[in-house]
Design a protein around this ligand. Sequence first.
Ligand SMILES: Cc1ncc(COP(=O)(O)O)c(C=O)c1O
Length: 427
Amino acid sequence: MRLETTTRGFTGSLAYRERARQVLARGVSSSPRASQLPVAIVQASASGCRVTDVDGNEYLDYALGYGPLLLGHSPRPVIDAVRAELERGLRTGGVTSGEAELAERVAACLPSAEVTTFLSSGTEAVQLALRIARSHTGRHRVVKFRGHYHGWSDGMHVSNAPGSDALTTDGQDPLAVRNVISLDWGDLDGLHAVLDDTVAAVITEAAAVNAGCFEPDPGFLEGLREATERHGSLLVFDEVITGFRLGLAGAQGRYGVTPDLTVLGKVLGGGLPISAVTGSARAMEPVSSGRVLHRGTYNGNPVSVAAGNACLRYLSERADELYPDMERRGERLTDGIREAAARASAPLAVNRVGTCLQFFVSDRPLERLSDLVGLDKDATLAFSELLVERGVMTLPRGLMYLSVEHTDADIDTTIGAFESALGAFAG
Ligand SMILES: Cc1ncc(COP(=O)(O)O)c(C=O)c1O
């Protein structure tokens, strides 16, 4: 299916792309940004849940920086804290007192957290979590699930697509994944068949947001917990997206299953780069004792730490009101899009986990992650272009995040944009 679109109104972004591509590889600094249609939109400014581009177009933003901006683009407490911190000098690479405060806040929020260590990106934090698990158990193999994304390191950037065990990029060292076992998400029998005394860790997104917003099957996370405990492997929840987004206690709070190690990123920094590995004092012992090396010039930098403290303070003080409100708006948006699609008899499916939504252009139901095998991703990408033209920015692959800034009126406007875009199916 080819949906008719236009590049009218994007001349500034197009001109930037031509200039940038001369000197900046592919014109972007992270590959997925290049996939946005009709062109990677060049953002001039942003406030709350709105972005304005260099052509003066305004968008309701559901990409939210690929997830971190739960408080929107201009959260006063975070911006004030960052400004105040900058006035004290950058102090990059030094020890600053905000780090322990942030670790205390993480421990107060997450059931699994006693001891925390900070890094800058989710990719690095996954790498550290697996290193801790290998040191803790003296084992090397790691189980991951197809369609789950755990960053772009050579050792984990594999079986990212449902139904595939392929490496993800040219240039990747195939030997780096030789100790990775890939299973279908939800397959406890498969897990029981491979778990033995060579498996250091089982890593999972506790809700499969990257694959398309699927909740875990009832009992699945409990099954992972029980099986890993029985075999002496560590259970690692990658909560880079879900941490502080699905509630203050993240996915582990939502589903009531406590992992040994948790990987955090995105919302943790309120929009600034910071990530973490946290866990019980016992699980974190390899780092606490110094057996596992943990390095990084920018780890725990005071500006990101100040942003993180401000973000978690804000969320902690208002959690009872903010999370249910956002969840309710997420539900309204999902229902509104589904109803619009039904009215238009259009092949658009929507999944939701809390404040994460995913739309797919699909004429068959997509109830489980495995239903995605063979789905035409280009049709969803083309639909996201129709939304961009109607002032709604999503991730190009159809993932949408809500923030505390989206109001009921914004949700209505967004449903209207979907309704209009769905008209493209009529012809
Ligand atoms: C679940 C998950 N883990 C890890 C990562 C990697 O995080 P980063 O992009 O900060 O390296 C991501 C990024 O989207 C993610 O969604």
